[in-house]
Design a protein around this ligand. Structure first.
Ligand SMILES: Nc1ncnc2c1ncn2[C@@H]1O[C@H](COP(=O)(O)OP(=O)(O)O)[C@@H](O)[C@H]1O
Ligand SMILES: [Mg+2]
Length: 201
């Protein structure tokens, strides 16, 4: 038929990925809108953060492998029994956003170190990746909606710059903090701190 493109496997794949991109975009916008309205619900329960994190890392390990990025875990398995009071699905979303960023914005041949430590009141997750990082003057803006560093915009990533805004919402809804700073590995260090259940208000 005239004006109708042939449905080659390649065309179907590209259409599918475009639909998925739009789906994620609508989802993210919806979530931020609900959050603005105070209508975003969290189903909190006793959760072992280390388990959720390990699952999230497992889920994307192959992608890091394919891109030639070495993924190092410094996650105490079973050794950090103190739970946090959290929404498991939102935590999964938080970690998959952060891991997805490291995957997307770290050059092939690089490294990502995921580290967990715990003190009396908080459990802290560091995701530290290698180059490229973010110019110091722009780091504070990363959590702004729609903000993307100039060099990332040209990457074939399709992100809308909403991921870290959502991450911040999720972390703050759990009484925690999220910060970005330059990493000693040459990239970005994202630090998430969440209160342990016993310490939570
Ligand atoms: N690990 C990282 N290394 C380098 N730059 C990053 C990293 N994570 C995020 N960024 C920068 O922060 C911007 C905002 O991230 P995000 O809110 O997740 O939006 P998106 O991934 O859709 O662009 C990205 O566009 C990128 O410029
Ligand atoms: Mg992102």
């Amino acid at each position: 038929m005239e004006g109708v493109r042939e449905t080659t496997p390649e065309a179907v794949r590209s259409l599918h990925s475009e639909v998925m991109r739009l789906h994620r975009l609508v989802d993210d916008l919806h979530q931020l809108t609900l959050s603005d309205l105070g209508a975003l619900t969290y189903r909190k329960e006793s959760v072992h953060l280390v388990e959720v994190l390990a699952d999230s890392v497992d889920a994307c390990e192959a992608d890091f492998d394919r891109k030639g990025i070495t993924l190092e875990r410094d996650i105490p398995r079973g050794q950090a029994p103190t739970p946090i009071f959290a929404d498991r699905e939102r935590l999964r979303q938080l970690f998959s956003n952060l891991l997805g960023n490291s995957l997307k914005y770290t050059d092939s041949g690089g490294r990502l170190v995921v580290r967990v430590r715990q003190d009396d009141a908080m459990i802290t997750v560091d995701l530290e990746d290698s180059a490229p990082g973010v110019p110091a003057g722009e780091i504070d803006r990363l959590f702004d909606r729609l903000y993307r560093v100039e060099t990332s915009r040209s990457r074939t990533s399709g992100g809308a710059g909403l991921g870290l805004a959502i991450c911040r919402n999720i972390v703050e809804a759990h009484g925690g903090t999220i910060t970005a700073s330059p990493s000693s590995l040459g990239g970005l260090l994202m630090r998430v701190s969440l209160p342990l259940e016993e310490a939570a208000p």
